[in-house]
Design a protein around this ligand. Structure first.
Ligand SMILES: C[S@@+](CC[C@H](N)C(=O)[O-])C[C@H]1O[C@@H](n2cnc3c(N)ncnc32)[C@H](O)[C@@H]1O
Length: 264
């Protein structure tokens, strides 16, 4: 077992040893490898990316609401099994309590029905957090999002979080899909938080999909937004979405920054 895990670790150096050991175990048991996925819908993602560490990167004091008298309404796109969604709820509750105590209401969406089922089963705040299965690139999302916002008499979310989801949108829908995604996100929110993945993650995702499932991302070779994804995303947010920068955080341990932008 140690040998198999070591081979895995050498093959996928960006995985932690713990992740490599788990991968090799799952493969020996005939389960799907968690390192190969078409949409980033890894079933045990939070075993390797603890949610609490991720929210530590978020600044306090930037979370404004255009309706200070109403609830603070949040969308988490690509919520996976919900761990980060729960941590975001708790973070915002304490961040907003300093000068404008508010009820935080959060909608987590993901295209994977199994992950949504998991998130619902483990939901410890069903009064504040709900999960819906939808593909954010699908027009059908509008009905679900509009229905949710209506509950709070709002036409837009206060903030939309896009953590580690943009690369999967980009790989599956190309440059045009990425621009459409960000334009749609900005059209339904006053503030957006994007965690772009590094270009090396694109190559790794593609290599794993090819090696482990014999599949490709057909649009990868057509992409013109390559290299520094942060720069491309910032340009789309300012030039195509008319949003302005609130702040960009320092890098976390995987060298990822959070881009925080708002409606002008
Ligand atoms: C790598 S995980 C990141 C999970 C979480 N956002 C985080 O950072 O902890 C990416 C998630 O995005 C979801 N996803 C990918 N494309 C999506 C889409 N078009 N619509 C909704 N969810 C999507 C995947 O199913 C997966 O659960």
């Amino acid at each position: 077992m140690l040998f198999v895990a070591t081979v895995y670790y050498v093959k996928f150096p960006e995985m932690s040893r713990k992740q490599a050991e788990s991968s090799s175990k799952e493969r020996q048991e005939g389960k799907t490898d968690p390192g190969a996925s078409r949409h980033g819908n890894f079933i045990n993602y939070y075993q390797f990316h603890p949610a609490e560490e991720r929210v530590r990167q978020l600044p306090c004091g930037v979370w404004r609401s255009s309706h200070p008298d109403r609830k603070y309404v949040v969308l988490d796109i690509g919520c996976n099994a919900g761990d980060l969604t729960f941590a975001l709820h708790d973070f915002l509750e304490s961040a907003l309590s300093v000068d404008q105590p508010k009820e935080i209401c959060l909608l987590g969406v993901d295209l994977d029905p199994i992950l949504i089922e998991r998130a619902r089963e483990r939901n410890r705040r069903p009064d504040r957090i709900i999960f819906e299965c939808l593909d954010f690139l699908d027009e059908d999302r509008n009905r679900t999002l509009a229905k949710y916002l209506r509950r709070f008499e709002k036409s837009r979310f206060d903030v939309v979080f896009c953590f580690s989801v943009v690369m999967w949108i980009h790989l599956n829908h190309g440059d045009e899909g990425l621009v459409k995604f960000l334009q749609k996100v900005c059209s339904i929110t006053d503030m957006v938080v994007v965690e772009p993945q590094l270009w090396k993650c694109y190559r790794n995702a593609s290599r794993r999909l090819r090696r482990l499932k014999g599949e490709e991302f057909p649009l990868l070779k057509t992409l013109k937004f390559t290299g520094d994804l942060t720069m491309h995303i910032e340009r789309i947010l300012t030039e195509s979405c008319n949003f302005r920068k609130v702040t960009v955080t320092g890098e976390n341990e995987w060298k990822r920054r959070l881009l925080i932008y708002e409606r002008t």
